[in-house]
Design a protein around this ligand. Structure first.
Ligand code: KG4
Ligand code: ZN
Length: 337
């Protein structure tokens, strides 16, 4: 198949609490990427409130798209395709982006492309490093998902492992909330942990010896129990030791998966991939094992629409346009082989 060329895709992302739009050419050249975070709206509730998220997307999406088009220099003509995240995510939030994308595709008479949010996270690395060698092991860690994916080709994924309870980001958010560090918890723990000793408290690492699955709910309970029994313990030490336990589990299993599947490289994706300690440890592990490390920039790890536009380009290339009756799917799974 001849690759699509000079195709400008408008990507739209509204699956959770970021309203984002971006214009990307051929899944490589980012002409614009606008992200409007709703963090301040949800912070006082300690987490994302779905109804507030949907309403905010309705208000923010049009100006965000307009800004993305202006920054991309598209003032008179239009883009060649419109891609939107159709799942997984919050149903009301997803519907805002999906409806807008379909309306624009209809008005401009260009293809609409349905994008899986998890696949979009996988494509974030390709935007910055187009020459990534496959097979690749990707550790996808976000607020809702924690999985190790073997990427054998474009669109060809094998799910090697995932969390059996809480997602890594969810564990960060819950522990941060318990420690009174605010929302979102990941960046807060990342910051506070820098002042603490990661070996101060030996928190448990669950199911380390077998397979590639993760479990973080016992760790969360262990943190709560430890703080209750030892109220004098410093928050930086708790945060650093908790982070160390999460990172240890993530890096150990990703590394093992790469070795056992003959991967050429390891890649990070998803919001938790912005974590300083995780980035440092995965980089060291890759160096030691002779693997190429691919760490997308922090802004590309958290939710954005450039990754949606990139994944949309690949899907357009492989499957063609999506039907306009494609709905939003809150529980959409990563398509695996
Ligand atoms: O991918 P993402 O932006 O949204 C989802 O699709 O879930 O990920 C958000 C998650 C949140 O749980 C947030 O606390 C976490 O990523 N996160 C971090 C860091 N930055 C964001 N976790 C640990 N360290 C960070 N620096
Ligand atoms: Zn995400």
């Amino acid at each position: 198949m001849t690759p699509l060329k000079d195709v400008k895709v408008l990507g739209i992302e509204t699956s959770c609490d970021e309203t984002a739009a971006a214009v990307v050419v051929d899944a490589q050249q980012v002409l614009s990427s606008v992200v409007s975070s709703q963090v301040d709206l949800h912070a006082r509730f300690g987490g994302v409130v779905p109804e507030i998220a949907s309403r905010a997307h309705v208000e923010l999406l049009t100006p965000v798209i307009a800004q993305a088009l202006i920054e991309a220099g598209i003032d008179d003509g239009h883009v060649d395709a419109v891609a939107a995240t159709t799942g997984p995510g919050l149903i009301g939030a997803l519907l805002v982006g999906v409806s807008a994308a379909k309306a624009l595709a209809l008005v401009w008479d260009v293809p609409f492309v349905s994008v899986n949010h998890l696949e979009a996270h996988l494509y974030a690395a390709f935007l910055e490093e187009p020459d990534i060698k496959l097979p690749l092991v990707v550790l996808l860690v976000s607020g809702g998902h924690t999985m190790i994916v073997l990427m054998e080709g474009h669109g060809q994924y094998r799910l090697l492992g995932s969390t059996i309870d809480d997602a890594a980001g969810e564990a960060f958010d819950k522990v941060a909330r318990y420690l009174g560090l605010g929302y979102p918890g990941g960046p807060a723990i990342d910051r506070v942990a820098m002042e603490g000793d990661p070996h101060a408290i030996a928190f448990p690492r669950a199911i380390m010896d077998e397979g590639y699955d993760f479990s973080f709910s016992g760790l969360k309970t262990a943190v709560v129990n430890h703080v209750r029994k030892n109220p004098e313990v410093g928050t930086p030490d708790v945060a650093a030791s908790f982070q160390e336990a999460v990172v240890d589990a993530l890096v150990t299993k990703t590394r093992r998966a790469a070795k056992e599947h003959g991967a050429k490289g390891i890649c990070l994706a998803g919001g938790v991939a912005a974590n300083s300690q995780l980035r440092e440890r995965l980089l060291d592990a890759a160096m030691e094992d002779g693997l190429h490390p691919f760490l997308p920039s922090r802004s590309m790890c958290t939710d954005n629409a450039a990754m949606v536009a990139a994944a949309g380009w690949w899907r357009l290339q492989s499957d063609g346009p999506s039907p306009l009756d494609t709905g939003a799917s809150p529980n959409l799974k990563l398509p695996t082989i």
